[in-house]
Ligand binder design. Structure first.
Ligand code: ADE
Length: 252
């Protein structure tokens, strides 16, 4: 998969050289390129923003600068003459006014061949940018990572690239570990986990986990996941498919 991130703060994305995403890049599974938006400015001051039409506080990022940047990195500008196909690219715009980015969104984005992530700053990017690329046939997703406001899209881009990158085949060593985790297919938070030593101070690992009895361990973990989800995320419990719950889950 290829991901191009465009930002006025490329250094923010340096963390993507580390850990699993860094390894995926080194292994050639993820072709991640970070670009400085100011490379597409044309004035001496390398201006990327201006005052909002209609008035109000803050600055808005200019569509002409973003248009040149996105055309170039997505390949639709047709460097060398041949214009690329916009339908091969998915433009992601992190914004607090977007739809919520979830594990389902990460799974859908992980199936794309080429993502372009446009990190806005200030009051955001001129609305014509998303409108223009949608009209070209490009998929465009304006996405929020949660109901709070960050100073720009960079941290949200880090979150999204990591969540998507770890789903690419070959990135997480043991694909089994993707199966049971929180926000996976079961629609539950993950059960609590323990390792050695079996006693730490006066805190002991639950006996059942030392029993070697796989059916009981499975049942205990499932119950813990249900309890934890009920306590922390009642919204997820309401969304559960009741027909998919087993007889034990429904016992009171
Ligand atoms: N930019 C600023 N706040 C954001 C958020 N919550 N999600 C995505 N992008 C953002």
């Amino acid at each position: 998969m290829r991901i191009d991130v465009v930002t006025i703060f490329p250094d923010y994305l340096a963390a993507l050289d580390l850990s699993l995403v860094g390894k995926a890049r080194a292994a050639g599974i993820l072709d991640l390129r970070v670009h400085d938006l100011r490379d597409w400015t044309t004035d001496r001051h390398r201006t990327v923003d201006d005052t909002p039409f209609g008035g109000g506080a803050g600055m808005v990022m200019r569509p002409d600068v973003w248009g040149r940047a996105i055309d170039d990195v997505s390949g639709v500008a047709g460097a060398g003459g041949a214009a690329g196909d916009p339908s091969g690219v998915h433009l992601v715009v992190p914004t607090p006014s977007g739809e919520t980015f979830t594990q389902r969104t990460a799974e859908a984005l992980a199936r794309e061949a080429h993502l372009v992530v446009a990190c806005g700053r200030y009051e955001g990017i001129d609305a014509r940018v998303a409108e223009h690329y949608r009209a070209t046939g490009m998929r465009v997703s304006e996405l929020s990572i949660g109901d709070y406001v960050l100073n720009g899209g960079e941290v949200a881009a880090l979150v999204m690239v990591e969540a998507v990158g770890r789903l690419l085949p070959g990135v997480v060593g043991n694909p089994e570990s993707l199966v049971e985790e929180s926000h996976g297919a079961a629609g539950l938070l993950e059960y609590p986990v323990y390792t050695k030593p079996p006693a730490w101070g006066d805190l002991e690992v639950p006996d059942v986990l030392l029993s070697g009895h796989h059916a009981r361990i499975h049942r205990w973990r499932r119950d813990q996941a249900l309890r934890r989800t009920a306590a922390r995320r009642p919204d997820m419990v309401r969304a559960l498919d009741v027909d998919a719950l087993d007889r034990h889950d429904l016992a009171v």
